[in-house]
Unconditional design. Structure first.
Length: 65
């Protein structure tokens, strides 16, 4: 779960959440994504970013108001 303060929903917080998600995706399936990117001639960073955004929807958020 991710605890967020309602007053802190700015671009910096969004970027921090995206970076955390990228790290999670790399740990879970980084090697598979690299192999897929090479096999299909795709940019690994773009693929990682797309998967990180999808991964954000699996998080549970708790807002402190």
């Amino acid at each position: 779960m991710i605890y967020l303060n309602y007053n802190n929903l700015d671009a910096e917080t969004e970027e921090r959440l995206l970076q955390n998600s990228k790290q999670d995706v790399e740990q879970q399936s980084g090697n598979d994504l690299k192999a897929y990117a090479i096999e299909n001639h795709l940019d690994y960073e773009t693929l990682l970013s797309e998967e990180a955004i999808r991964n954000l929807y699996s998080y549970q958020y708790i807002f402190n108001i």
